[in-house]
Design a protein around this ligand. Structure first.
Ligand code: PPS
Length: 349
């Protein structure tokens, strides 16, 4: 009897204490507490094992309007704070940004740029994850709702130039850049159809992204810009426009150019960054960055058990997924959007 009374008192006290703590917490802290607790209890793992995560996945995006008026879509509310922080992020003159729309060959380019800037040191490149060598500006730590990329970059050694990955549209880049700071930007575009296919499979694989629906549904959303990081068109076209008038600061290139002649691209990027490479270094970088080699490298291949991050790495894979009608409709949209821009990215090679 005594034990029962003591236990009841202890439980009620614990409950009251937890309730008071919970009530005094800010909404954002409650969210991160919930995420931490779920991870501790192994709930994400359980959901994946039972297939429930597929059913419970987010199916909508949040509208975001930055303080400069630029609008886009986010997959969770916590990202709004990260985007706001990214706008205020302080640039250093020797920063090098690798900017892309998702699935445009960012990882491939990151590895090359890092090797160019680090004497083709493939030993470090093999051992150290790419994400720790090149922070992703707009990464969020879901358990703490903090911008992990920005925090890491702010602590970066002063005498070590930073290479930074971003998928942000030009209008969402740090204000420092938009107002003409000297840092360099390497922008990589990839043909819009292969991006769509690669992005679709990435959504299928990544449970943290909104549910992609069927291929046709995904293509519809992609075409209308109702997708994470927004429409492909303004993303690519704005960097393309900026490149026309600022070639010293921006290097605009394509995934297809890399596929066509990787060595030529390695030299072009090195020249843009003012780095001189020996022929031996060019060969080392080339051999280290082929599709086969990057697929086998743990520091760049973020594959999950049953889905491949390095999927095919080809130009023209879209032909296996677009129906004739889908292709005709997309061509019409594409020609309308890019006409007069002078942009010419091949859809096949
Ligand atoms: S992400 O998640 O947005 O950062 O993805 P990203 O790295 O931009 O793009 C992934 C696609 O790039 C392909 N890839 C390569 N292609 C050719 N050669 C090399 N070395 C290489 N490395 C990565 C990767 O396979 C993805 O494309 P798909 O078409 O899905 O295969």
């Amino acid at each position: 009897m005594h034990v029962f009374i003591i236990l009841s008192i202890a439980l009620s006290t614990a409950f009251l204490y937890a309730r008071t703590r919970w009530k005094s917490m800010r909404m954002i802290d409650r969210d991160s507490f919930k995420v931490k607790l779920m991870i501790k209890l192994g709930i994400p793992h359980l959901l994946r094992m039972t297939g429930l995560s597929e059913i419970l996945r987010v199916r909508y995006l949040y509208h975001f309007r930055a303080c400069n008026g630029y609008e886009t879509l986010l997959s969770n509310t916590g990202m709004a704070a990260v985007y706001a922080e990214a706008l205020k992020f302080q640039i250093r003159d020797d920063d090098v940004f690798i900017a892309t729309y998702p699935k445009s060959g960012t990882t491939w380019r990151q590895q090359i740029v890092w090797l160019i800037c680090n004497n083709a040191d493939i030993n470090v490149a093999k051992d150290k994850p790419l994400s720790s060598r090149i922070p992703f500006l707009e990464t969020i730590d879901m358990t703490d709702n903090v911008s992990l990329g920005i925090q890491t970059l702010e602590k970066w050694q002063k005498n070590k130039p930073r290479i930074i990955k971003t998928h942000l549209a030009y209008g969402l880049l740090p204000e420092d850049i938009q107002s003409g700071n000297k840092c360099k930007i390497i922008y990589v575009a990839r043909n819009a159809k292969d991006v769509c296919v690669s992005y679709y499979f990435f959504h299928v694989m990544n449970m943290l992204l909104p549910h992609p629906g069927t291929w046709s549904e995904f293509l519809k959303n992609y075409s209308s810009g109702n997708i994470l990081f927004g429409s492909w068109f303004p993303h690519v076209l704005t960097y393309w426009e900026k490149f026309q008038t600022d070639k010293e600061r921006i290097y605009f290139t394509t995934y297809e150019a890399m596929k066509k002649d990787m060595k030529k691209e390695i030299v072009a990027v090195a020249n843009f960054l003012g780095k001189k490479l020996t022929n031996e270094q060019i060969d080392i970088i080339f051999n280290f960055c082929t599709f086969d080699s990057t697929s086998k490298n743990k520091s760049t291949n973020y594959s999950k058990k049953c889905q491949k991050f390095m999927r095919k790495g080809e130009v023209g894979d879209w032909k296996n997924y677009f129906t004739i009608n889908e292709n005709a409709a997309f061509d019409e949209l594409y020609n309308e959007k890019i006409k007069d821009s002078g942009l010419d990215i091949p859809f096949e090679m």
